[in-house]
Design a protein around this ligand. Structure first.
Ligand SMILES: Cc1ncc(COP(=O)(O)OP(=O)(O)O)c(N)n1
Ligand SMILES: Cc1nc(C(=O)O)sc1CCOP(=O)(O)O
Ligand SMILES: [Mg+2]
Length: 209
């Protein structure tokens, strides 16, 4: 499977009271990967929500990715996204198997991406490219770095951090395969607007293949 498209990421605060409705609206507009990102330690709620997302993603034929938690991913038989301090990629690969989608945060360091590739990552993520309300303190990355990464890496490249419909085009033009978005997708006033944004992200990605 070619990993290219919109990578929607949930945010438990932003989506409070409208979680499944907004996620379904995004899936309706077309999502390649959906990441369940919940930084709380409420394990029971995390399992419940992840199971609901699994059902929804199965209906829309979208791949579910769990942030941080390889055990939860293994329990559901889905992929995982790991940051630099979220445990070894090789252990996650051994746990989830050869076919699972495993992503790795590489900030703005191509060397981290090369290491992740060696350790079996399915995609590498660079960011933050713009100001992010979700994660304002994430280290910054540049379009020049992205262009260099595109030349050196053969894995799908994901970009993250403040990505919106207004600023995504140069990222796609410089080699991004996956646009990972929280606010630029879910920070909308209605489900209809979430679907419209998802469709528009897909148009942007298709017009630059
Ligand atoms: C697609 C994608 N890219 C980067 C991240 C950030 O991961 P990490 O650095 O582990 O930070 P947290 O998201 O866990 O706060 C991500 N989640 N997804
Ligand atoms: C979870 C996350 N990781 C980042 C990184 O740079 O590693 S930026 C980020 C937040 C993405 O949310 P938004 O689209 O609202 O900026
Ligand atoms: Mg993490």
């Amino acid at each position: 499977m070619k990993l290219r498209g919109l990578y929607a990421i949930t945010d438990s605060q932003l989506l409070a009271g409208k979680f499944l409705a907004y996620v379904e609206a995004a899936l309706d507009g077309g999502v390649t990967l959906l990441q369940y990102r919940d930084k709380s330690s409420d394990e029971a709620r995390r399992l419940r929500e992840a199971e609901k997302l699994y059902e929804l993603c199965s209906r829309y034929k979208t791949q579910l990715i769990i942030n941080d938690d390889a055990e939860l991913a293994a329990r559901l038989g889905v992929g995982v996204h790991l940051g630099q301090t979220d445990g070894p990629l090789t252990s996650a690969r051994a746990l989830l198997g050869a076919k699972a989608i495993i992503g790795a945060t590489c900030h703005s360091q191509i060397e981290l991406a090369e290491q992740a590739a060696k350790e079996g990552a399915s995609y590498v993520a660079f960011g933050r490219f713009f100001n992010s309300t979700t994660k304002p303190g994430a280290p910054a990355a540049t379009v020049d770095m992205l262009a260099q990464a595109r030349k050196r890496l053969h894995l799908p490249i994901c970009v993250i951090g403040g990505v919106t419909l207004e600023n995504a085009e140069p990222l796609v033009a410089h080699g991004a395969d996956l646009l990972a978005v929280v606010h630029g997708l879910f920070g909308a006033d209605s489900t209809q607007e979430v679907t419209r944004r998802a469709r528009a992200f897909n148009v942007l990605l298709k017009s630059s293949v």
